[in-house]
Ligand binder design. Structure first.
Ligand SMILES: [Zn+2]
Length: 413
């Protein structure tokens, strides 16, 4: 029914507005969205009835009556976010306002023949642990690869050995819940859009450093996905044709130099790591490259010159490449995230001069901001895929987004 759809879109627009700018009065909502006061009164009454909005303090006004402000109810819904890595899963239970209610870690072997069944088992067992109030709106899954469409969820991820894996379809069938699947860096960008820089910027870059290197492009307030969901594979920009082979099959990619394995290889070449290839210690580094990079970071912070040089060199390579990306995309700000940010002061000594030297005139003062990071941040991004859909007036999450909204509204009535 067209009338119902229009009402649904307008309710979503009201939620999106309040989610983005914070509490507003009814007359401010009417003005911002160009709606009649009667429409706003009716729709906000419904949203309050559904438990999604609440009446807050009175905003003093000059002259007339003070206006009652309306705000989102953070506890109106929750989502489960799942981050899939090469050797484990991280799951978080997060509220509509982003607050984390619980987190879990489970071993996972993406290369196993029954990897999808195991993934579904792990998610299902956590779903059973989650209380029914606030209602679970859906499951968001972040993967280190490309995804055809959030609401379909077919994944290509070379680092997981996954080709055309029907992650979304399999999980939806098993869980009987809305499931959204997205590239993990794009999912972080969705979280930034909802809770971070996106509140004040509509054009920004998210850069991640850690095991791999990634980027997400937010343009005009939306995450740019490309024709097949593969946009933002920044780690596979070639920086040296004579460079080391990369996991993607090409040679000399940015990630091959500044991803954790690349950093460790450089460290060995500079004798900043005592472990020659083939030794037990080197094999342990290969199994836990992030842990080994953390050790290298401790050595650098302790004054080891060779270790400092490894980070500064990686920072310079990343800085030059990032300047190129900024020159192409023209963002307002760059946000750096990922496990590697723990060592950012070490990266920064190489990154900053290389970046500024290569930026186009007029962009040289762009702000690069590093945000706090923890083990659940990736999974929080995945949860944001679901939590963003009530505010998604453009319908980016398609049919699954409609199902999420139906669960949110249905739960309150
Ligand atoms: Zn590559």
């Amino acid at each position: 029914m067209a009338g119902t759809d229009r009402g649904d879109l307008t309710r979503t627009a009201i939620l999106a507005l309040l989610g983005t700018v914070g509490p507003l009065s009814r007359s401010e909502i009417a003005r911002e969205l160009d709606l009649s006061p009667a429409t706003v009164t009716q729709l906000t009454k419904e949203l309050i009835g559904h438990g999604m909005l609440e009446e807050l303090d009175l905003k003093p006004s000059r002259g007339g009556r003070p206006a009652q402000r309306l705000g989102l109810v953070g506890s109106a819904g929750r989502a489960l976010g799942v981050k899939v890595t090469a050797d484990h899963l991280v799951l978080v239970d997060a509220r509509l306002d982003g607050e984390v209610l619980g987190s879990w870690e489970r071993p996972h072997d993406p290369a196993a023949p029954d990897a999808l069944e195991h993934l579904a088992d792990a998610v299902e067992s956590v779903v059973r642990e989650i209380p029914g109030v606030p209602p679970l709106l859906g499951v968001g899954v972040g993967v280190p690869g490309s995804v055809d469409d959030q609401a379909v969820g077919t994944v290509n991820a070379p680092t997981l050995g996954w080709q055309a894996m029907p992650v979304g379809e399999r999980l939806r069938r098993r869980l009987n819940l809305p499931v959204l699947v997205e590239n993990d860096v794009n999912a972080l960008a969705a979280a930034e859009r909802l809770y971070g820089r996106g509140r004040t910027h509509s054009d920004f870059l998210v850069l991640t450093i850690g095991r791999g290197v990634g980027a997400a492009i937010v343009a005009g307030g939306r995450v740019y996905r490309g024709a097949r969901g593969g946009a933002g594979e920044f780690g596979h920009l070639q920086v040296d044709p004579g460079g080391p082979p990369c996991g993607c099959g090409a040679r000399g990619c940015l990630e091959a130099f500044v991803g954790s394995a690349g950093l460790l290889a450089t460290a060995r070449a500079r004798y900043a790591l005592p472990h020659a290839p083939g030794t037990d210690a080197a094999q342990a580094e290969a199994r836990d490259p992030l842990g080994a990079v953390a050790g290298l970071g401790r050595a650098a912070a302790g004054g080891d010159a060779a270790a400092r040089e490894v980070f500064a060199e990686a920072g310079a390579i990343l800085g030059r490449a990032t300047a190129g990306l900024i020159n192409v995309v023209d963002p307002e700000v760059v946000v750096v995230l990922g496990e590697g940010t723990a060592d950012w002061p070490l990266w920064r000594t190489g990154f900053e001069p290389a970046l500024r030297a290569q930026l186009y005139p007029g962009r040289r003062d762009i702000s690069v901001e590093v945000e706090s990071w923890d083990d659940t941040s990736w999974a929080q991004g995945a949860a944001a895929l679901v939590l963003a859909t009530p505010f998604d007036s453009a319908g980016a999450a398609g049919e699954q987004g409609r199902l999420v909204r139906a669960r949110l509204i249905g739960a309150g009535s």
